[in-house]
Ligand binder design. Structure first.
Ligand SMILES: [Zn+2]
Length: 123
């Protein structure tokens, strides 16, 4: 497990999972994130890699909460239909990188969510 020394000098920080209350686009939700916590002085800090994970968690929680397809659902439905990123992207009329972004944590526009649902037969 990845460990870091605390600036207090008393020892190593431990990695902990935290539920963080966030407000994204006006929607309140709890997002799981990782933080480094010092058991000696209580200092808590995130790391760069966690920012990416947190952004992805926020995008997933946000989409689930407002009833949009999540990135995990988009990937699952695409794979169930044996569609490549390129094939589905072409069907939707978007670049493959954009579709990949939705699967990995970018929030799609509502009209794109409808197009995805149509493509998956989940209107
Ligand atoms: Zn400390």
């Amino acid at each position: 497990m990845d460990k870091r020394r605390c600036p207090c000098g008393k020892g190593m920080m431990e990695q902990k999972r935290r539920a963080k209350g966030v407000n994204f686009r006006g929607v309140e939700m709890d997002v799981a994130c990782r933080a480094y916590v010092c058991p000696h002085c209580g200092l808590e800090s995130g790391c760069v890699a966690d920012v990416h994970e947190a952004q992805r968690s926020i995008a997933e929680a946000y989409r689930a909460k407002i009833g949009m397809l999540t990135g995990a659902e988009i990937r699952t439905f695409r794979e169930e239909r044996h569609l490549s990123l390129d094939a589905l992207a072409e069907q939707l009329g978007v670049p493959a990188e954009v579709l990949q972004g939705w699967e990995e944590g970018t929030v799609q526009a509502p009209e794109m969510d409808l197009r995805l649902r149509k493509a998956f037969g989940r209107e």
